[in-house]
Design a protein around this ligand. Structure first.
Ligand SMILES: C[S@@+](CC[C@H](N)C(=O)[O-])C[C@H]1O[C@@H](n2cnc3c(N)ncnc32)[C@H](O)[C@@H]1O
Length: 278
């Protein structure tokens, strides 16, 4: 992966990709580690580029994931979307055991973040740092991953409680994936080990969104794609959650969920940060 970003804060350790959180003797943790270490069964045998449903990875994704285009003189692979501008199908990229070429058109997130991202203080001091772009990012482009420690739900709740008690910023993100009445949750904490994505703030009218992308492991990467063209010097933002809170009232009480005031300053602001960001 090509990722040349670093943290300016020496207390943080830069990781390009998710790493497992500290070991625990619990079934929940063993399941997480087993998943982290297992290789997806999806393996294509394409010669050259993977472009159509003849590729097992594209087939598992229910159609081609990315389309090459030249937009604003930028050569980019863009995520294929439905009419709402968002991707709602699974995304399986070609992986280490596939036989296709290393630059096949179904390998994007694994190549690393886009160029020109920078971390700056936000105009509203209370929002802390934010992630900005120096160059135009065309709609549908991959920006970066939200990578950090992969932790269990119990570890997430425990860490959140400590963050609240110590008045620390919360970085834990919970990705919910809904399928057949089941919810799969992935908890990523880039507080101490994380990539450039850890600086992305929430907006109720965001210019990016998170797409679960699977490459080698069944655990998805939290891949951030642009929803519209993003101009130079604009802040990269995502919506931290949805209206459908997937925590029970008991769980919300357990994390002492005092929701934070949202400072996104957009016309669509709902006033508070979503539950999913704790
Ligand atoms: C992933 S971090 C984002 C980077 C963070 N601003 C920093 O300085 O490192 C998430 C935290 O940033 C703050 N934050 C993000 N979006 C915000 C918003 N719209 N309004 C207020 N605070 C926000 C909250 O403290 C939240 O827990």
């Amino acid at each position: 992966m090509n990722d040349n970003y670093i943290h300016s804060d020496s207390r943080l350790i830069y990781v390009n990709e998710n790493i497992p959180g500290p070991a625990e003797d619990t079934e929940e943790y063993l399941e997480l580690i087993n998943n982290f270490n297992s290789q997806l069964v999806c393996k294509c045998e394409c010669r050259g580029h993977c472009v159509d449903a003849g590729c097992l990875c594209i087939n598992s994704s229910r159609g081609r994931n990315y389309t090459f285009s030249i937009d604003h003189n930028l050569r980019t692979y863009k995520l294929n979307c439905n009419n709402n501008n968002i991707n709602q199908k699974p995304v399986f990229e070609c992986n280490d055991v596939c036989l296709c070429i290393s630059h096949c058109g179904n390998r994007l997130v694994q190549k690393g973040p886009c160029d020109g991202l920078s971390v700056k203080s936000c105009e509203l001091e209370e929002k802390g740092f934010g992630l900005f772009t120096k160059y135009l990012i065309a709609k549908g482009s991959f920006v970066c991953e939200y990578a950090g420690e992969l932790i269990t739900k119990s570890q997430a709740f425990q860490r959140h409680r400590l963050n609240v008690a110590n008045k620390k910023i919360n970085y834990i993100f919970c990705l919910n994936e809904h399928s057949n009445d089941e919810i799969t949750q992935t908890f990523v904490d880039p507080s101490s080990f994380g990539n450039i994505g850890r600086y992305i703030n929430h907006s109720c009218d965001p210019n990016c969104y998170i797409v679960p992308v699977r490459i080698n492991s069944p655990i998805p990467k939290l891949a951030i794609f642009s929803l519209c063209d993003i101009l130079p010097d604009q802040e990269i933002t995502i919506d931290y959650g949805s209206n459908n809170c997937s925590y029970s009232q008991q769980e919300i009480n357990d994390v002492d969920c005092k929701r934070k005031k949202c400072l996104c300053n957009t016309n669509k602001c709902k006033g508070m940060l979503p539950y999913e960001s704790f």
